[in-house]
Design a protein around this ligand. Structure first.
Ligand SMILES: Cc1cc2nc3c(=O)[nH]c(=O)nc-3n(C[C@H](O)[C@H](O)[C@H](O)COP(=O)(O)OP(=O)(O)OC[C@H]3O[C@@H](n4cnc5c(N)ncnc54)[C@H](O)[C@@H]3O)c2cc1C
Length: 434
């Protein structure tokens, strides 16, 4: 429920404040809200705050379809997060495209690998869903849960550490267990002050909280930008995710849910200068360029929506936890979008931290208990590093221009493609990512 928070110098007090109501922060809060609702008890006072406005759902009009240009290739593991909240059915009735195949190839046609849901006895490899459909589902869910305060349009500017003496009498909240514990106060751009025993930073790749908490990252600039847009092709997408590795970077066509089967969400990463050139083209020129880049696998692009361009960075926080501040989602790790894993990793973070906190609170531990936070960090960092290395490896493997390396790679991929057991194992890892 969106609630007004005092804009005075008094401080609103919570057990947990989550900064960032993107897919990751909102999912984390929804998982905790569900646990409190199931228990019919709300031991945790939770606030979710975000600088932006509430996203609007995309129009579901079939005749003149408008798609959100930001989509997620949801894995089965991520899908189960939405299913556990009872949201999956509604999402499917809105717009979610199950994809049954994935074709990945090299621009010169010498290397390719194909995955199929059928080969691993699954109905799909995952679903392509627009970000705003997922986000609106989560925000609607939170509006039904009064144990959560959602505050929008306020931006955290600075943080203060404080020591709190809890009197231990009337208040039965989890914070009562933290006698003399230190809380953190967030100061927002409109003068609002909010404090909590645990601050969860889900405020994206440029995380303000991470910077204010002095949490270092290892990062590098890819000198690439990604263009995202919705493209209408002249042929059916065949419920397949298509990815061509060009010398300038990968181009993905992800199938969207529409009766014509011709709309795809594209993610095209290019060297920065080339991306700027593509952004400067008019729609007809862009359609021509993107059809050629996909080697006309779906015929021709006949229309394109507004295009958006994002600079690409690889970034990983050295620690996910510092005192009572925890990082999750892009605030903890930002990866190349070539395999669309960013949101999936973030949702697994959200699920893992929610599980650890619930476990801790059920054992009468405080929410900022170091052992809870350490367990979360240990669990998620290992998995995130694994996936980041895999993505980086794939990017480099397909990016090599050296002929000998390319020959070895092509031979290896051919072997994988021919070797059903190994290929199916790879496909199972891809839908799980856990
Ligand atoms: C071009 C591109 C394509 C991508 N494609 C895919 C894909 O196909 N599949 C996939 O899984 N991932 C994809 N990703 C990655 C994905 O978008 C991110 O991993 C995901 O959005 C991260 O979610 P998040 O909730 O952690 O952060 P965000 O979505 O960045 O949300 C952060 C929130 O924090 C709020 N905020 C920020 N600062 C403050 C502050 N100081 N105070 C208050 N609020 C604040 C913001 O308003 C925002 O709502 C792509 C990324 C790019 C760049």
């Amino acid at each position: 429920m969106s609630q007004p928070v005092e804009k005075t110098h008094s401080t609103s007090r919570y057990d947990i404040i989550v900064v960032g109501a993107g897919l990751v922060g909102a999912s984390f809060v929804a998982l905790l809200a569900k646990w409190q609702a199931d228990k019919n008890n709300a031991p945790l006072r939770i606030a979710l705050i975000d600088a932006g406005n509430r996203p609007s759902p995309p129009s579901l009009e079939v005749n003149d379809p408008q798609f959100d240009p930001r989509v997620v290739a949801l894995t089965h593991a991520s899908q189960s997060v939405f299913a556990s909240l009872g949201l999956w059915e509604k999402i499917q009735t809105q717009r979610a495209c199950a994809y049954t195949n994935m074709h990945v190839w090299d621009h010169d046609g010498t290397a390719n690998i194909q995955f199929s849901a059928e080969e691993i006895q699954q109905q799909s490899l995952g679903h392509i869903v627009e970000n705003s459909i997922l986000q609106c589902g989560l925000l609607d869910y939170l509006e039904e849960h009064s144990s959560v305060t959602v505050v929008r349009g306020i931006k955290v500017d600075s943080i203060e550490k404080e020591s709190i003496i809890v009197d231990g009498t009337a208040d039965s909240s989890a914070s009562n267990k933290e006698e003399n514990s230190s809380a953190t106060t967030l100061l927002c751009d409109n003068g609002t002050r909010l404090s909590a025993n645990l601050i969860v930073a889900a405020d994206g790749g440029q995380s303000t909280i991470r910077r204010l908490a002095n949490m270092d990252t290892r990062e590098w600039d890819y000198h690439h930008k990604a263009i995202v847009a919705t493209v209408q092709a002249s042929q059916s997408h065949q419920f397949t995710a298509w990815q061509n590795f060009l010398p300038s970077g990968p181009l993905a066509f992800l199938p969207l849910d529409h009766p014509s089967e011709k709309y795809c969400s594209i993610v095209w990463s290019l060297e920065s200068e080339q991306a700027d050139e593509m952004m400067a083209l008019n729609d007809d020129e862009f359609c021509h360029a993107v059809s050629r880049a996909l080697q006309h696998r779906l015929g021709d692009a006949v229309s394109v929506s507004q295009r958006y361009c994002f600079p690409l960075h690889q970034r990983h926080a050295i620690h996910y936890v510092s005192d009572n501040v925890v990082l999750m989602g892009d605030a903890a790790h930002t990866i190349h979008p070539l395999a669309g894993q960013g949101v999936n990793l973030g949702l697994l973070d959200a699920q893992a931290l929610a599980q650890e906190i619930i476990r801790g609170v059920e054992r009468d531990l405080a929410v900022s208990e170091p052992s809870i936070l350490r367990r979360y960090q240990r669990q998620r960092k290992a998995n995130n590093v694994e996936v980041m290395l895999l993505m980086e490896g794939l990017k480099r493997l397909f990016g090599y221009k050296n002929i000998a390396v390319r020959w070895l790679r092509n031979l290896g991929l051919k072997k994988v493609n021919d070797f059903t057991l190994l290929k199916n194992w790879l496909a199972k890892q891809a839908i799980k990512y856990k």
